[in-house]
Design a binder for this molecule. Structure first.
Ligand SMILES: Nc1ncnc2c1ncn2[C@@H]1O[C@H](COP(=O)(O)OP(=O)(O)OP(=O)(O)O)[C@@H](O)[C@H]1O
Length: 485
């Protein structure tokens, strides 16, 4: 007890502590003032930066990877992988997450999680502790809009393992999530914001519902299967893992329906690009390189874009014209040469597993450069109804495989052209197959009379088209076989 009182008695009193503190602070102030006056500001800043560098180097054991949205002029795959992967590893230590849902066509839209700016997300991998966070920087000056970037922090000693093992692991996980995707998106390009806008893609067309010549349909499915399963083959022969299709044929023959069937079959997102909405070739490059892997880039009605048909040489060789497109919006739209350069050059080096599809009602109007072998791998003609196509439509629309009027319809469609869209309109007229088929026969008869009278353009083509309809399909498949992967 005595010892306790004795040591307590030796403690300085409160007033002594306060007096000492006051004199030390006063001395520090004097020292600081003297130093400030004696050492010029740049030198002071230099010393302080060196000091903090030294302290950080010796006392911080953290290392931070910065993962920006863009990498070498295209969207960074590491960034995209992180975006997909992170919401799946969220634990209870995370304070908040973004949540939202879209109308998916189901009765209950499943809410999806996303990582908001600033929120920290922890991960553990092979004994390492890692921390992710998302940030945003103003980048209007360079890119027209703000850019996001991730920080991934680890221990300094783990840096190389993160690079060699963890990032590939995240990429594999993200790929798996994307492979299992149930919801497809369709993107349209907003030239005001220079950005793709997404919406849920809900087109019901599938290869089961699509009516076309059975051989041609089988061939397309096999071609797609070969394409998706042959990454190694494309690598070995030194070709980019891409496939280009040109779909051509009259209106209403199912070109858009085929695109939707391909998207639904492969589970690919669709990027629907209007070339007219692209301001310049540079913009085109930006637009196309910001599409994701495993997607279809669709350029519909390519013959309607004036820049893609007749004036390739003029546009590409005229510097004035080029300036015009880059600076003022007198003549918006990317040039065909820009498109072709992209297909031949950049196309090969940006992303993988992509299908580009052009559609046109007038193949003959296209610049031959676009049709050259190697540009579009497969040319597919979507034609008027043939008897097998009619039977498929009758099965989908009326649920019947045979009917007493089938023979009559088949005889008539051998003589006149009718597009699947037109035929579908008649088949939808009634749930009663007899009524629907009567309406169809009446329409076909009228068209035949029109033909005998020398009627409209469509009817005139019919005589030519029907004669060798079967041959046309065989020729087309031959074209495809020549272009086999
Ligand atoms: N081959 C087909 N099989 C099943 N339905 C079809 C087929 N072709 C057309 N249809 C029906 O007609 C509608 C219009 O067809 P679609 O838009 O696919 O034709 P398109 O060839 O792309 O026409 P356009 O050249 O005018 O864009 C489709 O929504 C579908 O209901």
């Amino acid at each position: 007890m005595a010892g306790y009182f004795s040591s307590f008695g030796e403690m300085p009193s409160l007033s002594t502590v306060l007096t000492t503190y006051a004199s030390i602070s006063a001395m520090m102030m004097v020292v600081r003032t003297v130093l400030n006056e004696m050492i010029p500001r740049p030198m002071r800043e230099f010393i302080s930066s060196k000091l903090s560098e030294y302290l950080l180097f010796n006392f911080s054991n953290e290392f931070t990877f910065v993962i920006e949205q863009r990498w070498e002029a295209v969207v960074s795959e590491t960034y995209k992988a992180a975006e997909v992967y992170l919401p799946t590893i969220v634990g209870y230590s995370t304070d908040s997450l973004l949540v939202g849902s879209n109308d998916t066509g189901n009765s209950t839209a499943v809410p999806k999680l996303a990582v908001p700016i600033g929120v920290k997300i922890a991960d553990h991998f092979e004994g390492m502790r890692l921390q992710w966070s998302l940030h945003m920087k103003e980048a209007k000056k360079y890119y027209n809009n703000d850019r996001k970037y991730f920080h991934l922090t680890c221990k300094k000693k783990d840096r190389d393992r993160v690079l060699e093992n963890y990032f590939p692991y995240v990429a594999r996980k993200a790929q798996k999530i994307l492979d299992d995707r149930q919801i497809l998106n369709i993107y349209t390009y907003e030239h005001q914001d220079s950005m793709w806008q997404s919406a849920i893609f809900k087109h019901p067309s599938t290869f089961d519902t699509l009516a076309m010549e059975p051989d041609l349909k089988r061939f397309i499915i096999e071609d797609l299967d070969l394409f998706v399963n042959r990454k190694g083959y494309f690598d070995n022969v030194g070709r980019a893992w891409k496939r280009g299709y040109l779909l051509y044929g009259p209106p209403g023959t199912g070109k858009s329906s085929l695109v939707a069937a391909i998207a639904n079959y492969l589970k690919y997102h669709v990027y629907d690009l209007q070339l007219q909405s692209v301001k310049s070739d540079a913009d085109l490059r930006n637009v196309l390189t910001t599409t994701t892997n495993r997607s279809i880039i669709l350029i519909e009605d390519i013959d309607c874009s004036e820049n893609t048909s007749g004036d390739r040489g003029r546009r590409s060789s005229s510097p004035d014209k080029k300036n015009e497109t880059n600076t003022v919006f007198i003549d918006p739209g990317a040039t065909l040469s820009g498109m072709l350069n992209f297909i031949d050059g950049l196309w090969s080096s940006c992303g993988e597993e992509r299908i580009i599809i052009f559609t046109t009602n007038h193949k003959e109007r296209l610049d031959p450069a676009l049709l050259r072998p190697g540009r579009m791998d497969v040319h597919i003609e979507m034609g008027y109804c043939t008897p097998p196509v009619f039977r498929m439509l009758a099965k989908s629309y009326l649920g019947i495989k045979d009917h007493a009027m089938f023979g009559q319809v088949e005889e008539l469609i051998k003589k006149v052209d009718i597009s699947p869209a037109e035929m579908a309109q008649h088949l939808m007229k009634s749930d009663d197959p007899s009524i629907a088929l009567e309406s169809l026969v009446e329409f076909l008869n009228m068209r035949t009379i029109g033909h005998l009278d020398g009627g409209d353009q469509t009817t005139k083509q019919a005589g030519v088209g029907r004669e060798d309809n079967k041959k046309k399909v065989d020729d087309e498949i031959e074209v495809i076989l020549n272009d086999k992967i």
